[in-house]
Design a protein around this ligand. Structure first.
Ligand code: GLU
Length: 282
């Protein structure tokens, strides 16, 4: 059975891009008698707000979508993320990082690194300053940011190229050298969060038995990280479908702050769900 999900962060109103994503995921499940799930990705406690969460559910219901309750909320699942991190820590694949953003920029721009820093899915590829600075034995230092040692992780899993992707946007390359050079040692546990988007999304897609991850092409660069984490944690890999992005008249991707294109604004203007479907080309 096909299981899809929509996984918004409650940090602002849903706009046309979100509607497209949610409708595409729900339509795929409905076309095969499958299940469509909602998951609230609220690990960033400084930005997530209950009122946004309420508005998201209202907008989705207005669009004609329905999903099983109770809804999975990531802020309830910190112990589960902790356990996954602990497993990676015990395998020697994580290390604490005490660098500030400006240290990382300075190190990545240092003359011996040569040229402009490489920018990956999470910003500048980490230059490795803390990689061998801290002891990796003993209990996991959960209060510190933890990075994945990408070279060690790729050595552990070997080749990821067998991990499949279908859909419009091809998945980014997954060869070890590419993963090391263009993604690098990503943070898997952030300070004040105790987890990260990458870790939580992988653990939760597996916990919810999601078979098809439908999301925007802007996240396709993150997919190799997710395929890697699934291998390291022994989790099944869903099929990834990266859909086109909804853009404004100037060709710019819609962002949370594009309140003018918020679904709630169209609702207030008296438009209906079929107008929204038409506007996003469904
Ligand atoms: N929570 C993410 C966002 O709002 C989406 C996660 C995903 O679909 O993998 O951008």
């Amino acid at each position: 059975m096909i299981v899809t999900r929509f996984a918004p962060s409650p940090t602002g109103p849903l706009h046309l891009g979100h509607a497209f994503s949610a409708l595409t995921a729900a339509d795929l499940a409905a076309s095969s008698g499958g299940r469509f799930l909602l998951r609230i990705e609220d690990i960033d406690r400084s930005r997530a707000r209950p009122e946004w969460e309420r508005l998201i559910e209202e907008d989705l219901t207005w669009l004609g979508l329905d999903w099983p309750r109770p809804v999975m909320r990531q802020s309830d699942r910190l112990p589960v993320y902790h356990a996954a991190l602990d497993r990676l820590w015990t395998s020697g694949l994580l290390y604490p990082c005490t660098c500030h953003r400006r240290d990382i920029e300075a190190a990545a721009r240092a003359p011996q690194e040569g040229g402009e820093p490489v920018v990956g899915p999470d910003g500048i590829v980490y230059p490795g300053t803390c990689r061998h600075r801290h002891d990796r034995s003993g209990p996991m230092p959960y209060a510190l940011p933890l990075r994945l040692d990408m070279a060690a992780a790729m050595q552990r899993v070997g080749d990821l190229t067998a991990a499949k992707e279908i859909g419009a946007a091809p998945v980014a390359p997954t060869e070890p050298s590419h993963m090391i050079d263009t993604i690098g040692d990503v943070v898997l546990s952030r300070r004040d969060m105790g987890t990260s988007y990458h870790l939580s999304v992988v653990v939760d897609d597996a916990a919810q038995a999601v078979t098809h991850v439908v999301r925007g092409a802007d996240l396709s660069d993150a997919t190799p990280i997710h395929l890697l984490l699934q291998r390291l944690l022994g989790l099944p890999a869903p099929i990834y479908l990266h859909h086109r992005l909804i853009r404004d008249e100037a060709g710019k991707r819609l962002a949370k702050r594009d309140d003018a294109r918020a679904i709630s604004a169209y609702r207030a203007d008296g438009l209906g769900p079929s107008d929204i479907r038409r506007m996003v080309g469904l």
